[in-house]
Design a protein around this ligand. Structure first.
Ligand SMILES: Cc1ncc(COP(=O)(O)O)c(C=O)c1O
Length: 282
């Protein structure tokens, strides 16, 4: 079992992967990406991730080199080659390699990179105890629904959270909650789950969608709407949702307790439902 890479249709060791400094991903962040978890050898929610990759690519006027079936075939091959039952697949497509110029290149084929790495499981104590978050201004561009390589505000936000002893930073745009630096945000008020509606200011999370469907199936009320930042300090529960963190209860925000200061019942219920959902996929 070993971590492996894939570059422009060829599998290789990660050390072998060499990308030119003229790659537009390196020069401009001119590319898109996805992260897919593999459980028991099976890529989880792959079609949903591939559909979002297509949405992101279209959003930056980049034509993906493969159809979903062609992606799937290569991803399954990568999972087989790396040999891990549980691993993390990173997919990145850039506009290709060409001498630096802002304009789209006339003739240029996209750079396709994937890595297949062993999954380091999240510390389950975190989920049991819940995490702290901070709020930060959302200084990102206007198309956060595109999973683009330009992650500098996310990088800065996450680092700021770490330095404040927190797990994640929640972005606030003009007084409104958007999302975490690498996850979506959900709140619970009087038993109802609320989450920011999908628009250009958030990434439409695959986990978010599954959780909303699971909640509805379990008879919980859900409401997608604009959430004011100040509401975060009045709610019963907050939890984060994302492919790698799954469901993560938040127990403090900007050093103030959320609800009772313990992971709340709805977060715990949905976390268990999500685990059950994942176990039924494999
Ligand atoms: C900014 C942002 N929002 C939300 C998410 C959650 O999306 P998903 O559930 O598809 O992982 C991510 C995941 O990487 C993200 O980077």
């Amino acid at each position: 079992m070993t971590d492996i890479g894939f570059l422009n249709d060829r599998f290789m060791s990660l050390e072998e992967v060499k990308i030119s400094p003229d790659d537009r991903g390196f020069q401009f962040g001119d590319g898109v990406y996805e992260v897919v978890m593999v459980y028991e050898g099976k890529p989880c929610l792959l079609q949903e991730h591939l559909a979002r990759l297509e949405h992101s690519a279209q959003g930056i006027r980049l034509t993906l080199p493969y159809t979903p079936a062609e992606w799937e075939q290569r991803i399954l091959e990568g999972v087989k080659r790396c040999g891990y039952q549980h691993c993390k697949v990173y997919i990145q497509v850039t506009r290709g390699i060409v001498p630096r110029d802002h304009l789209f290149p006339g003739q240029c084929s996209p750079t396709i990179f994937m890595s297949f790495r062993e999954m380091t499981p999240l510390d389950e104590n975190l989920r049991q105890r819940g995490v702290k978050v901070i709020t930060v201004p959302d200084i990102r561009w206007g198309r956060c629904d595109i999973k683009s390589l330009n992650l500098l505000p996310n990088v800065l936000g996450k680092q700021q959270a770490k330095e404040a002893g927190a797990f994640e930073a929640i972005f606030i745009r003009e007084g409104v909650v958007t999302e975490g630096t690498s996850c979506n945000v959900m709140i619970v008020r009087s038993g109802v789950i609320h989450t920011p509606e999908s628009n250009h200011h958030i990434l439409e999370g695959v986990t978010r969608k599954i959780l909303l469907d699971l909640a509805k199936k379990e008879g919980l009320s859900v409401c997608e709407r604009t959430i004011k930042a100040k509401e975060l300090f009045e709610v019963d529960e907050i939890f984060l949702a994302g492919t790698t963190i799954e469901v993560m209860p938040v127990v403090a925000i900007d050093e103030k307790p959320v609800g009772t200061g313990q992971p709340g019942p709805t977060s715990q219920q949905l976390s268990a439902s999500y685990q059950d959902f994942l176990s039924r996929l494999v």
